[in-house]
Design a protein around this ligand. Sequence first.
Ligand SMILES: [Zn+2]
Length: 237
Amino acid sequence: MSVFGRESSRAEDRFEAWLKRMHQERVLAGETEPVGPCPDEAFLGGVARRSKKIPLSDPRIDHAATCPNCMNRILAMRQSIRSERRKLAFGLAAACLVVIVGLVAWIRYEVRHRQTLVAAARISRTVDLWNKGTYRGEQPEQLQSVVLPPALVRLTIILPRFSSPGQYLVAVTRDQSGNGVVAEGFASAGVRNGQETLSVDLDLRSAVAGAYFLSTTHEQDQAAYYYPLQIKDRASK
Ligand SMILES: [Zn+2]
């Protein structure tokens, strides 16, 4: 680094490169007088690799710096060293890429595998409300057999006769006013076997066994319908 700062040091680098080039051209043109015999390949290789084991006072350096044959050998060796380094860097970059691609593939596999496990752990249940009253204000008759396990439940609901199609909010609540929501999910109702049917995932894993309500609320209607529901305890799963 020069005392004149970055700019002048860059100018110095350019000047040195120019001197080196001029010198090389003179040597390669045979305008210099080399002293002594040509050193062996190993020594020239050391110079090409800029080995620190070779002292600048070594007379063979003076020879190599003025001999067109040695200069040619050194330039050729430097070229191949540079291309080898480039190949190595390329190889390293390719290896990094392989590792990254492998990692991404592994993470994607893990995520998918976990999703599959979750899907497999999901328990399917169907609730048939087809014959339950849907008239506003009318109490639905007691549901006989809606008992759900404290698990991930894929709940398919056959909606009461005359139900509207569209989006529904399905919830499991503690009371009939919609308080104490244990689990909820949105689902689209569609006609299946002539009946409005929807399927929703409910996570009841942390639910304590007991009496609850299953509610369905149509997105536009906003009136919630509540049906009694039992969640059984873990032991009887
Ligand atoms: Zn020589």
